[in-house]
Design a protein around this ligand. Structure first.
Ligand code: SF4
Ligand code: SF4
Length: 65
């Protein structure tokens, strides 16, 4: 079965932290307050962060089959 993971377009991240608040797995951090980073080993692909991001820079990508 295909799995989805959240991918952050770091270049345009405002480091607002909105995505961190909604992630049920604690998979997102903002290292050094610069941009959001997703821990792929924790992400379950729920898509909540992508919906919450005010600048819509989180995309859900299918990885594997
Ligand atoms: S897709 Fe879900 S689990 Fe993955 S980083 Fe976003 S909110 Fe967290
Ligand atoms: S919600 Fe969007 S802009 Fe804000 S920290 Fe997360 S990825 Fe960056």
């Amino acid at each position: 079965m295909a799995k989805r993971k959240a991918i952050v377009s770091t270049r345009d991240c405002a480091a607002c932290g909105c995505c961190i608040k909604v992630c049920p797995k604690g998979a997102i951090t903002v290292p050094k307050g610069i941009y959001a980073k997703v821990d792929e080993t924790l992400c379950i692909g729920c898509g909540k962060c992508a919906k919450e991001c005010p600048t819509s820079i989180i995309s859900m990508e299918v990885i594997g089959q």
